[in-house]
Design a protein around this ligand. Structure first.
Ligand SMILES: [Zn+2]
Length: 72
């Protein structure tokens, strides 16, 4: 059963890397929230995926899938 279908439509953006449990709740697409999501994801990639802070990583935001994928 899908209990996530409550009246709040918060999307959880997931890390696109398989087996990664990172997620970020995104209740709407206000630009500051999206930017925060990117920032959090960037931080997560540094901590978990060996991304260097100096790397200018490309991130692919798939809204349909609700994932953020790191393209090194
Ligand atoms: Zn991840």
């Amino acid at each position: 059963m899908n209990s996530a279908q409550a009246d709040t439509h918060t999307t959880i953006i997931r890390c696109g890397t398989p087996d990664c449990d990172w997620g970020f709740p995104l209740p709407d697409l206000a630009s500051w929230r999206v930017e925060m999501c990117y920032a959090e994801f960037g931080q997560h990639c540094v901590e978990r995926h060996g991304l260097l802070e100096t790397d200018n990583a490309q991130m692919y935001f798939d809204l349909k899938e609700g994932t953020l994928t790191l393209w090194k």
